[in-house]
Ligand binder design. Structure first.
Ligand code: MG
Length: 440
């Protein structure tokens, strides 16, 4: 046997596992259905997931995407079923960029969180199909792994400095190298990512039972005074080695953001997240001129064009876009490429209120871009998640990894998911003490 024929015969007989065998993509491959499944595996607040399944004319070939937009879940489901699905039926799922542009331009009044979350879910499902056709994980299609594991962080919140310190120590013992720290200011009964007082907890439960948004009160001045003291406390107690970051969650004014970015400089934050609302982008220039604190922004942007000047004027250090809202893997890869010549790093949004499908998508992009910074995986999922989703990122010693399955590498148990339907658990309304509405 000639050498070439021998190699061909060897390759043809090499036993590939069934799940890894490439599916042939005929040129007339067609999308036959787009199904939307809204599920809440834990039947808990902030965990309604809007899942998209795109089925094709090739038997057994389908893709899953995540179109979750907490606060607008059912609007996204309707957007997909009524307003975008008809444009996908009968189209070739391999023409991913063309289909992305089609569903983006289709409504004419485009963009916005509902539309772009729907586009994101479609995009992820199409990448899943493309990976299964190729027999490769999506990160291979994006250029291949640039790193073997992904540096990650998670959050600690407390009602006192000591409570935060205890939480930081517990995570350090588990190997975390970077930790997000949040503390309730004196007198505050609630806050972003900190435990509420028993009174607010009780009122929140009652609001949930009635299907109403809970109410929280927030005053920015005590918070601005408290945060530098928390960081000073932690640096004295847990040292300089551990990476610390903090999320302002847009809860201060532009002038307070400048004061705070300067005040936290001595504590060497990994990054200072979302100091301002996206409506106040011009003020990032002033922060940049006055403070060296690294700044991260992007989780509520809904398109690669939003906040563009933060990148092109190098006003931030980390992009935090949410791949479930910004346009999926396609948009994430484009944003990372745009950031690369500016030295801006990625830190894709990774909270528990987006499904494991987006967390897997985050990892595929984070593996493959040269300018990776860190991957948030700030999740405290219970057992219900594993009954619905076949995979999620795996944490070990300060980093996360995913497997080598083709596509996104996560399947959905539809029967279980349908038994755990949507529950209305609204986000809280945030108000100042004088009742002025304030950002979440
Ligand atoms: Mg954030």
């Amino acid at each position: 046997m000639r050498r070439r024929n021998f190699l061909a015969a060897l390759l043809a007989s090499a036993p590939l596992k069934a799940a890894q065998r490439p599916v042939r993509a005929p040129s007339n491959l067609k999308i036959t259905d787009v199904q939307v499944l809204v599920t809440n595996p834990e039947q808990a607040p902030m965990t309604n997931y809007v899942l998209v399944k795109i089925t094709t004319s090739e038997p057994g070939l389908y893709g899953w995407g995540d179109a979750t937009c907490t606060g607008s879940e059912l609007a996204v489901a309707q957007m997909l079923e009524e307003h975008l699905k008809p444009a996908l039926l009968g189209r070739n799922p391999m023409e991913l960029e063309s289909l992305w542009q089609t569903v983006y331009l289709l409504p004419y009044y485009r963009s916005g969180s509902v539309h772009m979350s729907a586009v994101s879910g479609i995009d992820m499902a199409l990448w899943d199909i493309k990976g299964k056709v190729a027999g490769l994980p999506v990160y291979e299609l994006l250029g291949g792994k640039v790193r073997k594991e992904l540096l990650t962080y998670r959050s600690v919140g407390g009602r006192s400095f000591e409570e935060v310190e205890d939480g930081v120590r517990r995570l350090m013992e588990r190997g975390y190298k970077v930790i997000k720290v949040q503390v309730a200011p004196p007198g505050a009964e609630s806050g972003y990512a900190v435990p509420s007082s028993p009174r607010v907890e009780q009122a929140t439960r009652e609001a949930y039972e009635k299907g109403l948004p809970p109410a929280q009160v927030w005053e920015p001045e005590p918070y601005v005074r408290t945060l530098p003291r928390l960081l000073e406390h932690l640096r004295k107690r847990v040292g300089e080695e551990i990476g610390l970051l903090h999320d302002v969650h847009e809860r201060i004014t532009p002038s307070q953001a400048i004061v705070l970015a300067k005040a936290v400089e001595p504590y060497n934050l990994f990054f200072f997240e979302d100091p301002l609302r996206p409506e106040h982008l011009d003020t990032f220039r002033i922060i940049r001129q006055q403070a060296s604190t690294p700044i991260a922004m992007g989780e509520i942007f809904v398109g690669i064009w939003e906040g563009l000047e933060l990148i092109t004027e190098h006003l931030i250090d980390y992009v935090r876009h949410d791949l479930a809202h910004v346009g999926g893997i396609t948009a994430g890869k484009k944003i990372a490429t745009l950031c690369e010549p500016y030295g801006i790093l990625t830190a894709w949004h990774g909270p528990g209120n987006i499904s494991p499908i987006t967390h897997m998508a985050n990892c595929h992009v984070s593996y493959a871009v040269p300018n990776f910074g860190i991957q948030e995986y700030s999740v405290d999922w219970k057992a219900g998640i594993d009954e619905v989703f076949s995979a999620k990122p795996v944490y070990r010693d300060g980093a996360i990894t995913i497997g080598e399955a083709p596509g996104l590498g996560v399947d959905v148990n539809e029967a279980v998911a349908r038994k755990r339907p949507y529950v209305r658990r609204m986000r809280p309304t945030i108000r100042r003490a004088d009742e002025t509405p304030w950002p979440y």
